[in-house]
Design a protein around this ligand. Structure first.
Ligand code: ADP
Ligand code: TPW
Ligand code: MG
Length: 584
């Protein structure tokens, strides 16, 4: 089919010489049909020229269309939808500014290896390319390209099927990532014969094919594990993404190797599993002799595998990853296994046979003892009833609630609020902890909470620093509008890290990290018909969360936290550059 066919007139000559209306379709409908054909039934976006009618038609055709207040939040929703479902999350934006607002989330999805497609309307190519000042003029394809895994533009209605198929396959195959799909305004209105249109659509077959590991790579890895005295498994969010939960658990248990879960991998095996080294992290990293990375990168979150945290003894590293280039990125990998985690772990289990014996009883006992003693040390702090609450008191109230409701999804961002919640709140099931990811980005909160509720149907607790919340706070209206079972808990310590800084000049401006004192974020939720609660004690906090879990109503709890109780940058203050000029 040529472009001319796509815009052929609505009338066709019949055999008897009369003319009858031809059945037509257009760009709007072909995009919708292409998404639906591939099981993509949810769109997160913000309407406007040229995609307003597209959103309306998508809704009319049975796609769930969630309208946000800012594209970045819609994008973050799409990104986490991709992580949770292994299908690309779809974000829809208008041209130039809307596109740019969505782009941060597309880059975030790519950085985190999550599949997402940013569909963006764009302005007239002829005018944009001559830079003649079109409405919302921008060369969006060029801008998106370096920030995502792949970027495509569809110019003709008959290419929509292939364009959407390419986007899907690029997003989910191999190492997943974000894909940009540029949809110029003119595309939407292009008409073509309906039957030809239907034929042009592509249902992507096996979009993320299994990637089996080479048998010798599996053998090499087992040899390394056999030679280990103090092995450690590190589970990353790639392992959680892979949804090979049972195979992975069988492997950990059969191997008898203690494991650490990276932030979003918490719960892949329950945090209270006897092999969990979570509460003995320092000891486990320092003293292990073999490390097995499963869907985790040796990036800054693991100090690149170097430094004090890793002790003095050199480690042998086994790594499972779908991306071959990840191997040796920071350190030599003694046994790389390239493939998808489900297939790789299954192959390891197979090759281990039935006579594999875990031979590290002393090591597992040492790790276990350390974990238990750390947990016991922490326990009294979590029971404290200080007013105003400190992080331990407030999180101590939330910890047993998550234990009693392990299907609840925990969204978490902030600095202290993030770091304390990660270490204090145990997770019991896979993909229940959703947070700031590889970049440590603030602003994922409400988009993530909304998509988590939509995609899983579970109740969501979003534990948010007051600063973190502010980046996406307006979406509480969205939560109320769609009546989603989301409870936002704002850990309100009057600012970023701590609400106690002072302006050294004595001038009227507060310090850059300080917010309005004693703000009442709960009242924001009430403005939109949700439940707002001000909680000043652990008891009040528990009660409010339990009421939410019973009702499922949109709720925001303003949890008043002692402004003194945080530390600079939470647990990563060491990353702040220091001034060498002495302070006067
Ligand atoms: P974390 O931050 O939890 O340590 P990362 O995001 O750094 O995790 O690492 C995730 C890794 O998982 C990436 O290197 C990615 O290529 C890999 N990955 C993602 N999905 C799969 C899969 N299905 N099979 C194998 N590896 C995967
Ligand atoms: C997009 C820098 C890291 S953490 C944080 C900021 C601004 C907020 C910490 O305060 P909060 O938590 O949320 O109140 P708490 O408990 O410590 O008081 N912009 C982006 N991402 C990041 N990471 C920042 C800024 C930052
Ligand atoms: Mg704060």
């Amino acid at each position: 089919m040529t472009p001319a066919d796509a815009t052929s007139p609505a009338e066709n000559a019949n055999i008897d010489g009369t003319s009858a209306p031809q059945d037509l379709t257009d760009g709007f409908h072909l995009i919708i049909d292409a998404l639906k054909l591939n099981g993509l039934n949810t769109i997160y976006g913000v309407p406007g020229i040229p995609i307003t009618d597209f959103g309306r038609m998508a809704q009319a055709e049975g796609i769930r269309v969630f309208s946000f207040r800012h594209e970045q939040n819609a994008g973050n929703a799409a990104a986490i939808a991709g992580y949770l479902t292994k299908k690309p999350g779809i974000c829809l934006t208008v041209s130039a500014p809307g596109f740019l607002n969505g782009l941060t989330a597309l880059a975030h999805a790519t950085t985190n290896c999550w599949p997402m497609i940013l569909l963006s309307g764009s302005s007239e190519r002829e005018i944009v390319d001559l830079q003649q000042g079109d409405y919302e003029e921008m060369d969006q394809l060029a801008i998106a390209k370096p920030l995502c895994k792949a970027a495509y533009r569809i110019l003709h209605a008959q290419d929509i099927g292939i364009g959407v198929a390419r986007a899907i396959r690029a997003a989910v195959s191999g190492r997943p990532g974000g894909v940009y799909l540029d949809l110029p305004a003119k595309l939407f209105g292009q008409v073509m014969d309906a039957a030809a249109g239907a034929k042009s659509l592509v249902k992507v077959i096996d979009p993320a094919p299994k990637q089996l590991p080479a048998p010798d790579a599996v053998e090499r890895a087992l040899e390394v594990l056999k030679g280990a005295k103090r092995p450690l498994i590190i589970l990353g969010k790639g392992a959680a993404y892979a949804q090979a939960d049972d195979t992975l658990r069988e492997f950990v248990e059969k191997s008898g190797i203690p494991y650490l879960a990276m932030s979003m991998a918490k719960g892949l095996l329950p945090d209270d599993h006897p092999l969990s080294a979570g509460a003995a992290r320092s000891l486990a990293l320092k003293d292990c002799d073999v490390v097995m990375l499963i869907g985790a990168r040796l990036n800054w979150l693991l100090s690149h595998g170097k430094g004090k945290q890793w002790g003095t003894e050199p480690k042998k590293i086994v790594q499972i990853d779908i991306e071959p280039k990840e191997m040796d990125s920071n350190l030599e990998i003694a046994a790389p296994i390239v493939g998808d985690i489900g297939s790789c772990v299954a192959a390891l289990l197979d090759a281990m046979g039935s006579d594999w014996r875990a031979t590290y009883p002393e090591w597992t006992a040492t790790v276990r003892e350390k974990a238990e003693s750390n947990i016991a040390k922490m326990a009294p702090r979590l029971m404290n009833n200080n007013v105003p609450m400190d992080y331990h008191g407030a999180l101590g109230a939330l910890k047993p609630i998550i234990k009693a409701h392990p299907d609840t999804i925990l969204v978490n961002e902030g600095a202290n609020t993030l770091d304390f919640a990660r270490s204090i709140i145990d997770m019991y099931k896979p993909r229940k902890r959703l947070d700031v990811g590889t970049w440590g980005v603030m602003g994922i909160g409400m988009g993530t909470a909304i998509a988590a509720a939509v995609e899983t149907g579970q109740k969501v607790l979003a534990v948010e620093g007051d600063s973190a919340f502010g980046f996406s706070g307006m979406e509480v209206e969205t939560i109320c509008r769609y009546n989603l079972p989301v409870c936002v808990i704002v850990f309100n310590n009057n600012g970023i890290y701590r609400g106690t800084d002072v302006n050294p000049t004595g001038g009227p401006d507060v310090a850059p990290t300080v917010f309005v004192k004693d703000a009442r974020y709960d009242i924001m939720m009430q403005a939109f018909g949700g439940v707002g609660v001000n909680a000043t004690t652990p008891d009040e906090l528990s009660r409010a969360v339990n009421e939410f879990l019973a009702s499922g109503r949109p709720t925001l709890i303003n949890a008043v936290i002692d402004p003194q109780s945080g530390t600079e940058s939470g647990r990563i203050g060491n990353l702040n550059p220091q001034s060498v000029v002495s302070k006067k």
